[in-house]
Design a protein around this ligand. Structure first.
Ligand SMILES: Nc1ncnc2c1ncn2[C@@H]1O[C@H](COP(=O)(O)OP(=O)(O)OP(=O)(O)O)[C@@H](O)[C@H]1O
Ligand SMILES: [Mg+2]
Length: 259
């Protein structure tokens, strides 16, 4: 979902949570929230999230890596059984919600952490679909250098944008000529946008529902996730192969840490 500040990205996400809530309470769907705004976006409805990463850059990356790790695990398990995952309470559908993708791929100052974020997001976007792990990403600035991975998002929503050229970046060449005038959407009508369907390229004008903060809190109280986990307790299980240690005399690992 791409759009200028205040165009209604969070509102779209709220609508999505509203629709998912019954499945969340039944544990048929689990939402992993990655909130670079320190909990500002998702904090008020934290109970809806299976996992909510918001406290620090490290937490955001660990949240993403946890999602990538479970995708890899699912893929291995599914390989022998079926090609398309069907959500059940034993194997729920996962939605990874990322508010401001560029915060992870571009603005994290620590280079190592940033490349971990990019790697995890790349894995999620390339491998998540079949095993039932979907990524929803919000972005304010859709330029290529900001979101290298945008080609991997299969369904695009273009909300109000500041420049004409951004429309093609998000919705594809020709979308604006076919009517997706994102740059002409008024700032007075947040939540309005255009969706391009990946399969048949159909263009649909949409407006998100308006869910206010009080309704979000009610939603979270009424449909809490029964399986909430704390990011602090999630070990980054990402490294598939243990890296061989160069120095044999390295200190023993600290309590509880896995290699
Ligand atoms: N569908 C809607 N109907 C009416 N008002 C809306 C709707 N969607 C959003 N708004 C209003 O617009 C404001 C901005 O929307 P929102 O926070 O979703 O934008 P955003 O794109 O997430 O902004 P940011 O980039 O700053 O996070 C909201 O606080 C809300 O008051
Ligand atoms: Mg927002």
């Amino acid at each position: 979902m791409a759009g200028a500040s205040g165009s209604g990205k969070s509102s779209m996400v709220a609508g999505l949570l509203l629709a998912l809530a019954p499945a969340i309470r039944e544990d048929l769907a689990r939402v992993i929230g990655i909130d670079p705004k320190g909990g500002m976006e998702f904090g008020m409805c934290a109970e809806l999230f299976h996992l909510l990463a918001a406290d620090s850059d490290e937490h955001l990356v660990v949240g993403l890596e946890a999602a990538a790790a479970l995708t890899a695990q699912r893929t291995r398990e599914l390989r022998s059984r079926t090609r398309q995952h069907v959500p059940t309470t034993a194997e729920p559908f996962y939605v990874v919600l990322v508010d401001e993708v560029a915060s992870l791929t571009t603005y994290i100052a620590d280079r190592a952490l940033r490349s971990r974020a990019q790697a995890a997001l790349g894995q999620l976007l390339t491998k998540g679909r079949a095993p039932g792990v979907s990524v929803v990403g919000c972005v304010q600035d859709p330029r290529k250098e900001v979101v290298d991975l945008r080609g991997l998002f299969t369904t695009r929503v273009g909300l109000r944008m500041t420049e004409k050229t951004e429309v093609a970046m998000v919705l594809g060449d020709g979308a604006r000529d076919r009517g997706a005038r994102c740059d002409q959407i008024s700032a007075l009508t947040p939540g309005i946008g255009y969706v391009v369907d990946d399969e048949d390229q159909t263009l649909t004008k949409v407006r998100s529902v308006y869910v206010d903060d009080e309704q979000m809190r009610w939603l979270a109280r009424t449909y809490p996730s029964p399986t909430r986990e704390d990011v602090g307790s999630v070990i980054p299980v990402q490294r598939d192969e243990p890296t061989p240690r160069k120095k044999a005399k390295s200190a023993p690992t600290k309590g509880g840490e896995s290699s």
